[in-house]
Design a protein around this ligand. Structure first.
Ligand code: MG
Length: 282
């Protein structure tokens, strides 16, 4: 099943996608629906067609009230390219590296991304599989961790590399407005029995920049949830971006960053394509 948030007049409403039709869900938001116990969700499905997907303007599927969780260096080839570009020795972490993006960075799946060259001249792409949490969980074991998952979506963990370097700490360089496009929808976990077998690719203006399979993740999703939920509650609607493969701009020779007018696409097998236009003002 695919789950969307879309604009209906001035309101964002949740819906189920049935081919091209958006079917109403009797909830205020997709987060409210996601937070329902699994057995109570179907009772909220209706038969009412609200819109056709082709005509609808989609919103980011969820907007978590708190920061978006991210994982750094979760693909070996990306860890290697990063170390190479920075002239550092490759040292792999024994536990996942977590950081976060401010929730204000989240934008709709078809949003035009508005950046300013006065703020950053090194805006870079990072295509990632994102996990949407469906139930409150703390101290999950790896064996139970997947029970807390609702589904999956695409995230572009766009990064201002110059700010990331200047501030030492990741938060600022990861949190500019527009730097977390998400969507276009959530695919329920029932439709993706193995999230570690998905092709992921990133194209800029139709040219492939990143291509990998999620089987290359160093820390798999159960481990990520187990580590993150140690002593820390995860809540319905929380999003965990699981890391990016190699092929990011700053590690390329020569380095590449977004230019005004670029079109960036994150495509993940069984989910879909997140496509945004980038505008950079002087
Ligand atoms: Mg990332």
């Amino acid at each position: 099943m695919k789950y969307v948030s879309f604009y209906d007049g001035g309101h964002v409403r949740p819906g189920l996608l049935d081919d091209n039709r958006i079917i109403a869900i009797a909830c205020e938001s997709l987060i409210e629906y996601v937070a329902l116990p699994e057995g109570e969700r179907a009772a909220r499905h209706t038969n009412e067609t609200l819109a056709l997907l082709d005509d609808a303007r989609l919103a980011a599927p969820v907007r978590p009230p708190k920061n978006v969780f991210c994982v750094g260096r979760n693909y070996l080839e990306h860890a290697k390219e990063g170390a190479r570009a920075l002239g550092r020795e490759l040292k792999l972490p024994e536990v996942p590296t977590f950081f976060s993006k401010a929730p204000t960075a989240i934008v709709d799946p078809d949003a035009t991304l508005q950046f300013s060259a006065r703020v950053s001249q090194e805006m870079d792409w990072e295509g990632e599989l994102a996990v949407v949490i469906g139930s409150r969980v703390k101290d999950a074991s790896e064996a139970d961790a997947m029970d807390a998952v609702f589904g999956y979506t695409c995230v572009n963990d766009i990064t201002a590399r110059d700010l990331q370097r200047a501030h030492m700490q990741f938060l600022k360089g990861k949190s500019l407005d527009g730097s977390c496009p998400m969507g276009p929808w959530i695919v329920g976990k029932e439709d993706i029995p193995d999230p570690h077998r998905l092709q992921l690719s990133v194209r800029v203006n139709g040219r492939r920049k990143q291509q990998a399979n999620t089987d290359q993740m160093i820390f798999k999703i159960p481990r990520l949830i187990a580590e993150l939920s140690k002593g820390m509650t995860l809540e319905p609607g929380d999003v965990i971006a699981t890391g990016t493969p190699d092929g990011v701009g700053f590690a390329r020779t020569p380095p590449e960053f977004f230019q005004d007018g670029d079109i960036v696409e994150i495509e993940i097998q069984k989910i879909g394509t997140l496509r945004n236009t980038v505008r950079i003002s002087p």
